[in-house]
Write a protein that binds this ligand. Sequence first.
Ligand SMILES: O=C(O)CCC(=O)C(=O)O
Ligand SMILES: [Mn+2]
Length: 352
Amino acid sequence: MSKMAAVMESGEDAFKQLFKFYKRRKPPPDFSDVIDFSGKVCTGKVDPIQLSPRAVSDAAASSVGLRPVRDWRAFGLQGFPGFIFISNPFQRGSQPFWIRQCLKTYPQKPNVCNLDMHMSPCDTKDIWERSVHSLSVLTCSSPSAPRRHEKSLLERLRWVTLGYHYNWDTKLYSADNYTPFPADLQSLSQQITLGCGFSDFRPQAGILNYYRSDSSLGIHVDESELDHSRPLLSFCFGQSAVFLLGGKQRQDPPTAMFMHSGDVMVMSGQSRLLYHAVPRIVPSPPGLLTSELQNPPSPPNQQNQNTPTEKSSVLEPVSERDWTVCLGYIQSSRINVTVRQVLGAEQNFPHS
Ligand SMILES: O=C(O)CCC(=O)C(=O)O
Ligand SMILES: [Mn+2]
């Protein structure tokens, strides 16, 4: 009997037990039951999915750093209708832009982050610049200089919220806690959902989670959005993770899969309200980050080259200085971005 079968045999609360199984450090767990969509998938649980290549022009996909939809490798899981796993649909060299946005741009005001909960707006105004400064002070200091003991703001960043800002205490969104959703991430999310066959998905709220190598995310379901008929998108960058996808009941046994940098998950339809968790961050496979994350020399200014029918690119070049900091960060960390539609087409927040 495999170790995992032994864990399962004890019966109750299979999800909790598998969560602990994958979280365990000593001895490390056996990962052989974890589905890896980046390689050959022949587990008998996975089906390739046909997407909607005609719904997104190659230019529109490229404008957000995605490959043409016909080249996306998309999979479904048997028993999980509405769950779509797209194995890294990003063009080589476009992830650095999105990683830079997650680390430098999205933590900026008016977006909200965990540091705002106990620091003044003035102190969290410039997370990136202040962190880069303290990191470069460290790099420049002589061996005899006192070692930096305080973590930079960037290292203390745990979450950022966008659009309708999720309230972690009440677990609610509200009409009066809203700032504009970033246009570039909106466009990326729309190309993904169109490619998956969903029309008029409206990205209205985003949650960025920043994981260190020992972080995890507990078992939960995302039900705070008022309309559950719309898909929920999840983007991963940096180090890999084990993701557990369970059932409608918290204790239902989950399926484990790896999420690598660039992977995109769509939870829709009957899979929109399934329990899930991230028990463990794992090092990304050798070579995966180095091949995907080369920050190419600045692309030619695409804005000027566009013909009237083409979409102008949201991608901007990432400076060497910015990329050095991003690379240092993702060497040991993982970033996850979830994008949600909160309200249905004609829906409003209930009056309080
Ligand atoms: O980090 C992940 O892959 C999952 C994130 C998640 O489930 C959430 O933000 O609700
Ligand atoms: Mn979630």
